[in-house]
Design a protein around this ligand. Sequence first.
Ligand SMILES: *Cc1c(COP(=O)(O)O)cnc(C)c1O
Length: 237
Amino acid sequence: MSFIKANLENIKERITQAAKACGRSPEDIQLLAVSKTFPAEDVRTCFDSGQRAFGENYVQEGVAKIASLQDLRAEIKWHFIGPLQSNKSRDVAENFDWVHSIDRLKIAQRLNDQRPSNLPRLNVCIQVNISGESSKSGVQANDLIELCKHISELPNLLLRGLMSIPEPTDDVAQQRQAHHELRQLLEILKSSEELDQSKMQLDTLSMGMSSDIEAAIAEGSTMVRVGTAIFGKRTYL
Ligand SMILES: *Cc1c(COP(=O)(O)O)cnc(C)c1O
């Protein structure tokens, strides 16, 4: 069995065990294989092992990989999960199925305007900077409803939920606290009367990475983003 296939089976087992431990169904947690820095051949190996959703962080690298795996395009969902600059938004709008890292209206507006009309709506999540997070990316919780309101009016985007990248820690209680906060924010959005729920589909909590999927699943994650535990250690960032 290949290294990638064995890792994939291992991570699926971790998801299953974590779901069972908190009384959730493993089918309610999607696995996003984060293939950034790894070559297209590794994605193909992972695909051949059954994986269908892949995440990329860098626009040029992602677009090149999507192009070189064009024969699999209809079967793969490609997720853009990295920081997004305005001048790269067109490539993302034209090539990806999901974007997890929306952090301002300007980017959402551009993706909406640049989404080709022959493609389905682009699924988007808003990246939230939850308390205690050192990184500057992501919106503040206070600005979330306002941004949701605007995004829900964009016809070529479909708002699916929230994403976060908490500060790495080995402390499981701290991991859970960060994930718990994101879940609470999604609950607030889902019950907000300021938002037109019929214009959104708030079913996604994109949280949990290789080292904290158990904590994320215990707190309600619906999509874990796993790179290292599937493809191995990255040699550059
Ligand atoms: C790289 C990356 C991941 C995967 O991280 P691992 O620790 O390798 O599993 C998940 N989410 C985002 C946004 C990333 O940039």
